[in-house]
Each structure stands twice: as structure tokens, then as C-alpha cells.
Design a protein around this ligand. Structure first.
Ligand code: THU
Length: 262
């Protein structure tokens, strides 16, 4: 495999892709952009970039960002991961926790054992097929998206959609990890996907959220902070169960006096 020129070529193409998407990283504090690309079995691929937060520990690492995008899009058929920077021990531990059976072939590249690497083609589109017109439709779709959640530890599936001005919707679900601290919520999942695909916050219209087991569910504090840092006037619609209309709140009203670094 190592001496096969076609395989070497795929690796070089993956490295090129990760270099191309790295500039999308939101790194106003460290100024150190980082990215990963996940190659899927059919050659489509998913970018993930580092998204820093003024509330530093809420920073989303690139691998977690890309993996949670894959789960929300219902595509866990990852056959290779390429990093813009060789992953540190924590990132390698995160990768192992995903149980994808990936094996390191060089410092920056991990591939599925015995898989033939597809030639990278187009990025996987990060959108749902449907475009809801009214808030109740958006909420219904968020409930359906929640079925993709990976929540074996909490058994608390969450689904959301980040709708853009043009009507398209980026899905988000919560994605749990054996190391609970490396779990990501549905809302930050969708936000991280938008940033990784270079979709500017000025084009975000609304977020629809359904915590299917809890009719009083709201975004957690960490999600409120990240949303506020990117789009503090974003509309959030929250599921209040099938007997009630969804509740509407702006992000800056969900987190008055949120922290910013000017
Ligand atoms: N969760 C979300 O996805 N969004 C929120 O705003 C609240 C919490 C998820 C994270 C975790 O998987 C589970 O719900 C329990 O915290």
C-alpha cells in the first residue's frame, strides 16, 4: 500500500484539501488556524476547523467539529482523517474514542484498516433536503434530526437546524464521547459546521431546537455563549411539545451581558 502511487496521490490530495480549508478556522485569539478533513467511503469529504471562544475552554477542536458534522449528516462512514497539524495526545485519544478503527500511517494521516481510499471528490453538502417555511415546520424537522443524535450516555437526544437567509438548513445533533467532557451539543454542532464550510454568520436566519424528551428544553450556557459570540441577534425557536407553539427568544436575551473580548 505504501508504495502504490495512486494511494500516495490520494494522500497528497487530502493534504491539499486540508490546507485549502484551514483559513476558515475562527482563531482570533491564538491566530493559529487548524483544520481536518474526513474522507468518506464514496470520496465525498467533510471539513472541520478550530472555532475559538472568548470563553477559552469552549473552543471547538477541528476533529470534534468535523466528526459531529458527520454524525448530524448521518454519515459515519469515515475512511480517512487528515490533520493540518499532527494531532496531540488528546486529539489522538479523542479519535480512538470514536471507534472508527483508524490506524496512523503518518503523523498527519489516519486511515481505516484495510480500506481502499476513494479519490476525494466534492465536499459533502452540509444541508438538509427540506426547507421549512414556518417555525412549527422547523421544529418538526429538528425533532426528526434528533433521531441522528449520538447520546448513549445521557439518553437525551437533541436536534436543531441552523437556517440560512436563503432557506437552507444545517442540521445539528448532540454527539457524546466516552470522555464526557468531549461531548458536543446540537447547537454548537450546527454552528461549527457553518464555520467549517465558510458560511458567514451574517447569512444565518434562525435556529430551531428540539430537546425531544423535555418540553422546557433550552440551549445550555455554553451554546448561548458561542451563539452570542457569532450572532447575538439570532432568533432561536424552541420546541414546546406538539400541543404548544414553539417559543421564540433572541440569543442576546437568552444570555444578557454575555462575555466578549474586544
Ligand atoms: N445538549 C444539547 O445538545 N444542547 C443543549 O443545549 C443542552 C444539552 C446535550 C448534550 C448532552 O449530550 C446531553 O444533551 C445532556 O447534556
Amino acid at each position: 500500500m505504501i508504495h502504490d502511487p495512486a494511494v500516495t496521490d490520494v494522500r497528497e490530495q487530502l493534504r491539499k484539501l486540508v490546507r485549502e480549508v484551514r483559513h476558515r478556522a475562527y482563531v482570533p485569539y491564538s491566530k493559529r488556524p487548524e483544520a481536518v478533513v474526513l474522507l468518506l467511503s464514496d470520496g465525498s469529504w467533510i471539513p472541520g476547523v478550530r472555532v475559538e471562544s472568548a470563553s477559552f475552554s469552549l473552543t471547538i477542536p477541528p476533529l470534534q467539529n468535523a466528526w459531529t458534522t458527520a454524525v448530524a449528516l448521518g454519515r459515519r462512514d469515515v475512511v480517512a482523517v487528515v490533520f493540518s497539524e499532527p494531532p496531540d495526545a488528546g486529539t489522538r485519544a479523542f479519535l480512538e474514542g470514536l471507534e472508527l478503527s483508524l490506524m496512523g500511517v503518518s503523523a498527519d494521516l489516519f486511515v481505516l484498516r484495510s480500506a481502499e481510499l476513494a479519490v476525494p471528490c466534492e465536499p459533502l453538502a452540509p444541508f438538509l433536503d427540506q426547507m421549512p417555511d414556518e417555525p412549527p415546520e422547523g421544529i418538526q424537522l429538528a425533532r426528526e434530526v434528533a433521531t441522528r443524535a449520538l447520546a448513549p450516555y445521557s439518553r437525551f437526544p437533541v436536534g436543531c437546524l441552523l437556517q440560512l437567509e436563503d432557506g437552507r438548513c444545517i442540521p445539528g445533533v448532540n454527539v457524546e464521547h466516552p470522555d464526557w467532557t468531549r461531548t458536543l451539543c446540537a447547537e454548537r454542532n450546527a454552528l461549527g459546521t457553518a464555520v467549517s464550510y465558510g458560511i458567514a454568520p451574517s447569512t444565518w436566519r434562525a435556529l430551531f431546537l428540539s430537546c425531544v424528551n423535555d418540553v422546557r428544553g433550552t440551549p445550555c450556557g455554553a451554546c448561548r455563549q458561542l451563539l452570542a459570540e457569532h450572532r447575538s441577534d439570532l432568533s432561536v425557536w424552541m420546541d414546546r411539545g406538539s400541543k404548544n407553539p414553539p417559543e421564540h427568544m433572541r440569543v442576546d436575551l437568552l444570555l444578557p451581558g454575555f462575555f466578549v473580548l474586544q
